[in-house]
Ligand binder design. Structure first.
Ligand SMILES: [Zn+2]
Length: 279
């Protein structure tokens, strides 16, 4: 068994991926299918790592063509299969699984003529012959439109986009560079946007173990927004001061927090603290 035929597709995948950056950087090439099996090439879904899995027939491209014709055929067939991969990848990334299909349908102007893509898909599924299913399938229409965008080869499906190749290529490039919905770019909060509050100096009574606890009122923070509490021991005196363990937990309504500390070097006395909170 070999992947010689499949590896030719991989070269096109790596080239097209630079233009359609939403595609994963690599793909999986399965062992070439036997001569005589259906189709020149196919995509077998995505693998467990989310990479598209392609399989090419071992005798593709056929002998008896010039090297130029063979290279062209590989390019065109690869472009079709790689557009299927784009279809699968985009379906995973949208707010609803087929958002890009809807965009494609609008862009192609198919709605008034054929109805929604779901209507057409149902119609395709009802076709008895595989060839008629293929002609009507929205997924095949999309794959052939991508093929035309990338290579200029004519579309073969009933639902085809009658636009110039450069316009189609630009549209696919924009679609395939769609930012991920799963990983939105989040702007880090700016310093000025942060709500902050800091207490004045607090005197807190300690017990015989140097433990203390006090409830402190907070102003100016927003209820329900998680707040990070900060506490700091200040005004240390004495020959062997220890920094006690301490926490300042802010209540959910952000109107007060509780300072808790243990093991202060001041026993049965007063230690001094400052607390704060950031949202
Ligand atoms: Zn196809």
């Amino acid at each position: 068994m070999s992947t010689v035929a499949g590896e030719r597709l991989r070269l096109h995948y790596e080239r097209i991926q630079k233009e359609w950056t939403v595609l994963p950087p690599t793909c999986e090439i399965m062992e070439d299918s036997l001569s005589g099996s259906d189709g020149n090439a196919q995509i077998n879904g995505l693998n467990a790592d989310g990479l598209p899995r392609f399989q090419v027939r071992e005798d593709f491209p056929p002998e008896g063509l010039s090297p130029t014709e063979q290279a062209r055929w590989v390019e065109v067939v690869s472009a079709h299969e790689i557009t299927h991969a784009l279809d699968l990848i985009l379906a995973r990334r949208g707010p609803d699984p087929m958002w890009h299909r809807r965009l494609y349908w609008e862009w192609g102007g198919f709605l008034p003529v054929f109805g929604t893509w779901q209507d057409v898909e149902a119609e395709a599924a009802g076709q008895a012959a595989l060839s008629s299913f293929w002609m009507w399938s929205p997924a095949e229409s999309f794959a052939d439109a991508g093929r035309k965008a990338l290579t200029g080869a004519g579309e073969r499906t009933v639902i085809c986009v009658e636009k110039p190749q450069d316009e189609m290529r630009a549209w696919f490039r924009t679609l395939a560079a769609a930012p991920s919905i799963e990983e939105p770019e989040v702007e880090p909060p700016k310093e000025d946007d942060m709500a902050k509050w800091i207490s004045s100096d607090l005197s807190v009574a300690t017990d015989e173990l140097g433990n203390g606890r006090v409830m402190v009122g907070i102003t100016g923070l927003t209820a329900g927004v998680p707040a990070l509490g900060i506490s700091q021991r200040i005004g240390l005196v004495g020959t062997e001061p220890t920094f006690p363990n301490h926490t300042f937990s802010v209540a959910e309504d952000a109107t007060y927090g509780v300072l808790n500390f243990r093991g202060d070097s001041v026993k049965k006395g007063t230690s001094w603290w400052r607390v704060g909170a950031i949202q």
